[in-house]
Write a protein of this length. Structure first.
Lengths: 98, 198
């Protein structure tokens, strides 16, 4: 990485920081909206996902990485989603029983 | 014997070994916290009433802590960028600032936990499922902060001697610690709305 490229990266880090701080305020503001529990959760997690993507893409440099790391991240994301869908699946199965 | 590929990229992966190693470690960390997020969904769906975070927790303090962690992530990545620009002084400044932000996070967390224990009746992990999962998840996260501070502190202090002898290897080490630190920030980005706001 050339010094010019690093300097360009530094500008991006500052912009991402401002975006993260702004989105933190948005996350808190959403919690005060009276839009119901499920839409509130969906919106809150949506904003959190944007923040997480910014951290992963720019601070962790995922936006410009090697294929080996992309495969590692994809395998991890699939495993994580399985973990999360186990209780959701159980909840849906229970809803069908009653 | 010299350890291979700690600076040079390994031909088959295109990465130095430590970087791939830390990504594998982070994959295991995702599953560790993922298990707890899964338990949270299970507990929350199993009851008719689930308290709102504000019933027990302090949102302004947690917002402040979120800002501390985000700031520490920026200073961490800036410390790596400073090394890439051959500016060791700036590295020290950013690395030290990262440690200060991490310490500020812990101080706020100490006041948060103290307020829970001092409450009459005390709010303990055994009080209910909400507080149980709150203390488990935030407690594990605090342990990760402490672990990160230990490693960052080492590279800020005695470990920084490596810059004089093997600058590239040292820069890679800071990149690896940074990846871990950003992951800790990333976990908090989800913990904050899930526990405090939703």
């Amino acid at each position: 990485m050339t010094p010019e490229e690093v300097k360009h990266h530094i500008k991006t880090y500052v912009i991402v920081f401002v975006a993260l701080a702004f989105l933190t305020v948005v996350t808190v503001a959403i919690s005060y909206l009276d839009i119901g529990v499920v839409p509130g959760i969906a919106l809150g997690l949506f904003v959190a996902s944007i923040k997480a993507s910014l951290v992963a893409c720019y601070f962790m440099h995922l936006i410009d990485e090697r294929t080996t790391i992309y495969w590692t991240v994809i395998a991890t994301a699939i495993s994580f989603l399985i973990l999360i869908f186990i209780p959701i699946g159980a909840m849906l199965a229970q809803a069908r029983v009653y | 014997m010299e350890i291979p590929y700690n600076v040079k990229e390994r031909p088959d992966t295109g990465l130095y070994n430590g970087k791939l190693g830390v990504w594998f470690f982070l994959a295991s960390e995702v599953m560790l916290f993922g298990g707890l997020f899964s338990a949270y969904i299970f507990l929350r769906n199993g009851v008719d009433y689930w308290p709102h975070g504000t019933d027990y927790l302090d949102v302004p303090l947690a917002t402040l802590n979120t800002l501390f962690l985000i700031s520490s992530s920026v200073t961490m990545v800036m410390s790596w960028a400073s090394l890439k620009l051959n500016d060791f002084k700036k590295f020290k400044m950013y690395c030290g600032t990262t440690l200060l932000f991490a310490l500020a996070f812990l101080v706020v967390k100490y006041f948060e936990y103290s307020a829970k224990f001092a409450h009459d009746p005390p709010y303990l992990p055994s009080t209910n499922n909400f507080l149980g999962i709150y203390f488990t998840m935030t407690g594990l996260h605090v342990l990760h902060i402490l672990g990160g501070m230990l490693v960052i502190g080492y590279y800020f202090g005695p470990g920084s001697k490596m810059w004089k002898t093997e600058p590239e290897r040292f820069t890679n080490r800071i990149e690896i610690v940074g990846l871990y630190w950003h992951f800790v920030d990333l976990v908090w980005i989800f913990l904050f709305p899930v526990l405090y706001l939703l």
